[in-house]
Design a binder for this molecule. Structure first.
Ligand code: UFG
Length: 330
């Protein structure tokens, strides 16, 4: 049987492809290449260029390739952009997911794993947040993902497939073997922005907000290495395939770092003291978002292998240098 990975040419999806291909699984990637790159899909997987929201095409693909499980990554992911272009987020995230679910039902798919986000929780604090916390997303991005979670639960109840919903905290880092990484040209995420500053791709960077109720006044986030996140998906897939129940799982380490700490770490690892200016708060940023990941650790034995900010930044830096070389050649 084959696993279909939507968005498999993107950042997290391409790491999922590596994870499953390394385990010898049969993998088909469906990606419209709107933000992903064909070269980031491992050669052991088969890339189909197309839209995950195209019900007929996806239903035919599921039948032709004997897909029994879908891991759905495709979507738009920039929180501030979602405030300016909410309909893009409801189309690309909620609408596409709805159609993909219909195709999954048509094709008789057994397992559906969805890439959700800690943004569904909304205004969180220094206390780690667990899966049964109230959902109160603060952005169209978070709401577009929350709605998709709801559709999955309803569709699974009605049509009998099983689901795993994974709520990611701040995904960062790159494949330790530098086979993939964060490759989008538009960077908004902290570690990527800081690395672009360190490698001279931007003149410097800003720290958004220094007056939060945190020890150093800057926001705290729970940064999870992308390879540990891919492992979490593989565990959930195995759990569902072996008869386990549908479930929602947080994916984070349970401790955070402040923006200032991350910037200092990037400076020390790269050895570059790039300019940093202190700026106003960015709209919609909660002071802290930290995962309570007890559920996935207890239920599935998830044991992160890269819970180390130095490794996260080191792997991301190695990828950034490789990416710059690639971009110069193109
Ligand atoms: N930040 C800066 N300067 C920058 C970029 C970011 O100070 O140039 C700060 C932000 O203000 C925030 C922190 O760094 O305090 C992290 O910001 P990111 O943009 O890297 O990530 P977010 O926490 O906003 O969002 C990420 C994902 C979402 C996910 C969320 C869940 O983008 O998909 O984590 O925690 F929902």
């Amino acid at each position: 049987m084959t696993v279909l990975i939507t968005g498999g040419a993107g950042y997290i999806g391409s790491h999922m492809v590596l994870n499953l291909c390394d385990k010898g699984e049969n993998v088909v990637v469906l990606d419209n290449l709107s933000t992903g790159h064909d070269w980031s899909v491992d050669a052991r997987a088969r890339l189909v260029i197309g839209d995950a929201g195209d019900i007929e095409t996806v239903t035919a693909l599921i039948r032709r390739e004997q897909i029994d499980s879908i891991i759905h990554f495709a979507g738009s992911i920039i929180v501030p952009e979602s405030v300016v272009e909410p309909l893009k987020y409801y189309a690309n995230n909620t609408g596409v997911s709805r159609n993909l679910l219909e195709a999954a039902v048509n094709g008789g798919v057994s397992n559906f794993i969805f890439s959700s986000t800690a943004a569904v929780y909304g205004m969180t604090g220094l206390e780690p947040v667990a899966e049964d916390s109230a959902l109160s997303p603060m952005s169209p991005y978070g709401r577009s993902k929350m709605m998709t979670e709801m559709m999955i639960v309803d569709a699974a109840a009605a049509h009998g497939f099983k689901y795993g919903i994974l709520r990611y905290f701040n995904v960062a880092g790159a494949d330790p073997l530098a086979r993939s990484g964060q490759s989008s040209s538009v960077a908004t995420h902290l570690i990527k922005v800081a690395l672009q500053a360190a490698t001279g791709q931007r003149e410097g960077m800003q720290i958004f907000g220094t007056d939060y109720e945190t020890p150093d006044g800057t926001c705290i986030r729970d940064y999870i290495h992308v390879s540990d996140l891919a492992d979490a998906h593989a565990l959930v897939l195995g759990h569902l395939k072996s008869g386990g129940d549908s479930a929602v799982f947080n994916c984070g380490y349970g401790h955070g770092f402040s923006v200032s700490e991350v910037v200092s770490r990037v400076k020390s690892i790269t050895g570059v003291d790039f300019p940093v200016s202190l700026a106003a708060r960015r709209d919609g940023d909660p002071p802290a978002i930290i995962a309570n990941s007890a559920r996935i650790k207890t239920a599935l034995g998830w044991t992160p292998a890269h819970d180390d900010l130095t490794q996260i930044v080191t792997d991301a830096f190695a990828w950034e240098k490789k990416l710059m070389t690639r971009n110069r050649k193109e």
